[in-house]
Design a protein around this ligand. Structure first.
Ligand code: SGN
Ligand code: CA
Length: 523
């Protein structure tokens, strides 16, 4: 058993001393390392350990095969910055005060799990996407992308606050740096927690030139809800993230041709302008014939919508390929160094994503595809649990999980719950039965209205507010695609009242000042 809490049930800064003492005493126990890999916008539909309709991800599947797959894993606010703030603090957005990507700066003086681990003697490092505006705190080493970063020849901000241009493809570079830190950068006498946080697979899905030719011989099935008409769901109708109406032919789908223009053309030209001669030549060699064919066929209407879907899903999958390969490199490194036995490897994303469901790309909504996020863990020795964990879990749970694994006391103000009992095969009777969600970024890109809500195993209740006042209720068992809004329909009054009561209890528990008002509801 390598669970330190069982060996050394002590807290705070004394832990490392105790670890060493414990290690010496038992002669074999080594503190657990944590390698926490997170990608951007990687949705479970695009991992073969979750969904076999599309891509093969053999390396990600290795993580699940040697550990566990969470089948009910969700975020608290489906957007990058907020999601990262939730996972660092273990608190909902109202607790960490990072509500949206556009107006917030993360207060780096607040409590985070890397800080607590570091205080307990861990070496902590972060490489890749950060997206929290202020510079990272709580890490012995960090190197981050500015904002969203670039796919090709990206700049990195270093601990000296220099911006350094790097040559190559972003997923390779982040992985190189992460492995280099494990090999050469850390104090090998200490346990470590390494955050490898990728830019991939964020919009506009620019694959490595080595992967461009993949998946071109296949046509992928349209999701069942591709032609959703949003009946009874005005907030869903108001979004600007439709593949047919909003996805940009040049920026998103790379159809740059003389005489063609688009709103985001200049942005795309900046991205490809970063490429060196060889990268650019390979890019043009691949997209050139597709552009010619597109111009010749000149698809319109439904045909154009479906053509866009096929291009989108293929570019996305090619970008996943490099990610999967690079996760394989990290696993191979850990194996080669004999470190897999005492390292927890976590793989997740900052949120889920729409792959054409409801006709969309992007995320933000509390609907299933974007509230869900993949979560798989390769477990170290001593944790025999395998297969699926079905309990409701959320990204606020990672911080307390890592703390418990490191033997650090979980502070009382953390909203999340440690997943360690689940990893040990327990099914605690008092596990949560409902999740709270709150999305704030509106008005903003993609125009998804502000909303909060509650999700239980069976039902989801959402309140869209701000410049709209609309409720939605879904029965996830009978309507997994969330097409039929039951709010206010006959026979659902008691269920709705009960969900509202539970939701208010969560809003009070998490101290969310923007909350449901039962008094107004009765008016
Ligand atoms: C960018 C994208 C959006 C995306 C946000 C947030 N536009 O602004 O499509 O929703 O990031 O994504 S782009 O024109 O810049 O590509 S997040 O994952 O970082 O929250
Ligand atoms: Ca994201």
């Amino acid at each position: 058993m390598t669970n330190l809490k069982l060996i050394c049930p002590v807290a705070g800064s004394v832990v490392l001393g105790m670890l060493t003492a414990c290690q010496q005493k038992s002669g074999k126990e080594a503190p657990l390392n944590i390698v926490y890999i997170m990608t951007d916008d990687h949705t479970a539909q695009m991992m073969s350990c979750y969904d076999t309709r599309y891509i093969e991800t053999p390396n990600l599947d290795r993580i699940a095969a040697d550990g566990v797959r969470f089948t009910n894993s969700f975020v608290a606010n489906s957007l990058s910055g907020p999601s990262r703030a939730c996972m660092l603090t273990g608190k909902h957005s109202c607790g960490n005060r990072f509500f949206d990507n556009t107006t917030c700066v993360f207060d780096g003086s607040q409590q985070t799990f890397p800080k607590l681990l570091r205080k307990a003697g861990y070496q902590t490092a972060l490489v890749g996407k950060w997206h929290l505006e202020s510079l990272p705190t709580g890490f012995d080493y960090w190197e981050i992308l500015p904002e969203q970063g670039d796919y090709y020849n990206p700049d990195f901000i270093t601990m000296q606050n220099d911006t350094i241009p790097r040559h190559g493809y972003v997923t390779d570079i982040i992985t190189d740096d992460a492995i280099d830190w494990m090999e050469n950068g850390r104090d090998k006498d200490k346990p470590f927690c390494l955050l490898i946080h990728h830019k991939a697979i964020h919009r506009n899905w620019m694959a490595d030139t080595t992967d461009l030719a993949l998946y071109e011989d296949r046509d992928f099935p349209l999701p069942e809800t591709f032609y959703d008409d949003y009946k009874g769901r005005p907030a869903a109708a108001a979004q600007e993230m439709g593949i047919a109406k909003d996805m940009d032919l040049i920026y998103d789908l790379k159809m740059l041709a003389p005489g063609k223009d688009s709103r985001l053309k200049e942005r795309y030209e900046q991205f490809i302008g970063r490429m060196d001669k060889d990268q650019r030549a390979a890019w043009d060699r691949f997209y050139g014939p597709i552009i010619d064919d597109f111009i010749r066929k000149n698809p319109q209407g439904k045909e154009l919508a479906e053509w866009k879907f096929q291009r989108y899903i293929k570019d996305y999958m090619k970008t996943v390929k490099s990610l999967d390969d690079n996760v394989g490199r990290v696993l191979d490194y850990l194996k080669e160094k004999g470190m897999l036995e005492n390292t927890l490897v976590v793989y997740t994303s900052d949120q889920g994503f729409y792959m054409g469901e409801h006709g969309w790309f992007d995320k933000r909504f509390m609907y299933e595809e974007s509230m869900r996020t993949p979560l798989i863990m390769r477990l170290p020795d001593g944790f025999d649990r395998r297969g699926d964990i079905t309990e409701l879990v959320q990204n606020i749970d990672y911080a307390p999980t890592f703390l418990e694994l490191a033997g650090v006391r979980i502070p009382d103000d953390i909203h999340g719950v440690s997943l360690v009992p689940l990893l040990k095969g327990e099914h605690p009777d008092n596990w949560r039965t409902a999740l709270y969600y709150h999305f704030y970024e509106y008005p903003a890109e993609h125009m998804v209205k502000r909303h909060y809500g509650i999700r239980t195993d069976r039902y989801k209740l959402i309140h869209f507010y701000n410049d709209i006042d609309e409720w939605e209720l879904f029965d996830l068992e009978n309507d997994p695609n969330e097409l039929n809004n039951l709010y206010g329909t006959d026979g659902y009054d008691d269920i709705t009242a009960d969900l509202k009561r539970q939701m208010l209890a969560l809003q009070e528990q998490y101290d969310d000042p923007v909350r449901f008002s039962p008094d107004r509801d009765r008016e």
